[in-house]
Design a protein around this ligand. Structure first.
Ligand code: GTP
Ligand code: MG
Length: 315
């Protein structure tokens, strides 16, 4: 058991065998799993919003260092399943990631540990995998000593956890300690992925996700959860400019107007913000066209979910 509160130690030179394995990032919605994935890889692989249920699919982040490859698996937040088939698929994806992992990193929010966290911890412990508990958002806890009762309580409640590590994904604070906590539990073996590969997600997926992130940020209430985005065209024209066309799928005709906004203003804002991110992602000028279309009840329709790429993660 390793309990640690303090400044980040310097990166230590590795000695010993080559290790490679999967670390599943799991937790209830909104604890900061995707923020952590991005911080660990130093680039934006998964979208992040202040709203729960942002991540819908598994995304790999491959961290390669001399003698070490850690494949971090970002997952949807585990939650009580509502009527939507999409929600069931999201939970299946997270549970499958636990099953497939060498180490399960259960993430908590230092500001509030709830019953929903217990459910995740129970599932992780029951899996028989090595479990490390990560206490995120410690930048919100001042003074730092206020963390101690939480850490001690977790250590007492979950003695099976191999380590309990406080950190801040947002500030990239204490991430080295997190890596050090999981590394010894990874199997010895050669890297599973080429060193230059950092994710399994292709550009079309990342483009669609960037647009969905901006939509989630702009829209309120239930609507973000009834929205899907698919990139239909993604190609460079002769002048080297990216031509991107994407469809925003809504579940009801009445939702179209909400996405487009008064005088097209909301969609325009989404387009401007998304284009900004796409320039960085694609590395060049971008022309972005967005269409809004209805696919009735897509989030409860197996076929539509398959078409939109929402099944198969957990297969
Ligand atoms: N203050 C603070 N905020 C954080 C930290 N990590 C994440 N957040 C914020 O928490 C919110 C949720 O972050 P996400 O990374 O989307 O959380 P998630 O667990 O992936 O959420 P789902 O995909 O919905 O399950 C965002 O507003 C982040 O900026 C942190 O270390 N400190
Ligand atoms: Mg997420």
């Amino acid at each position: 058991m390793c309990l640690w509160v303090g400044p980040m130690p310097a990166e230590v030179d590795r000695v010993g065998p080559t290790r490679c394995g999967y670390v599943a990032l799991v937790g209830r919605p909104n604890v900061g799993k995707s923020t952590l994935l991005n911080a660990l890889l130093g680039t934006k692989l998964s979208i992040v919003t202040p709203k729960p249920h942002t991540t819908r699919q598994r995304t790999l982040g491959v961290l390669s260092r001399p003698g070490l490859q850690i494949v971090f698996v970002d997952t949807p937040g585990l939650h009580e399943v509502s009527g939507r088939t999409l929600n069931r698929l999201m939970n299946d994806t997270a549970r499958q990631a636990i099953h497939d992992a060498d180490v399960v990193l259960v993430m908590l929010d230092a500001q509030a540990v709830r019953d929903a966290d217990e459910v995740v911890l129970e599932a992780a412990m029951a899996s028989g995998r090595v479990v490390v508990i990560g206490v995120n958002k410690v930048d919100r806890i001042r003074p730092r000593e206020r963390l101690l009762p939480l850490m001690a309580g977790l250590a007492e409640r979950w003695p099976q956890a191999r380590a309990i590590v406080p950190f801040s994904a947002l500030r990239a604070d204490n991430l080295q300690q997190l890596i050090a906590a999981v590394e010894p539990h990874l199997p010895e073996g050669p890297p599973l992925f080429p060193e230059h590969m950092i994710t399994d997600r292709d550009l079309a997926h990342r483009v669609a996700e960037a647009i969905r992130e901006k939509l989630m940020m702009q829209l309120r209430d239930e609507l973000p959860y009834g929205i899907a985005v698919s990139a239909e065209t993604l190609q460079r024209d002769e002048g080297g400019r990216w031509q991107v066309g994407a469809v925003i799928w809504v579940e009801h005709e009445r939702h179209k107007g909400m996405v487009i906004g008064k005088g097209g203003q909301l969609l325009k804002t989404v387009g401007t913000q998304a284009r900004h991110d796409l320039v960085r992602l694609l590395g060049g000028a971008v022309h972005l066209e967005l269409w809004v279309k209805v696919r009735s009840e897509w989030s409860s329709d197996e076929r539509a979910l398959r078409d939109l790429g929402y099944s198969g993660d957990s297969a």
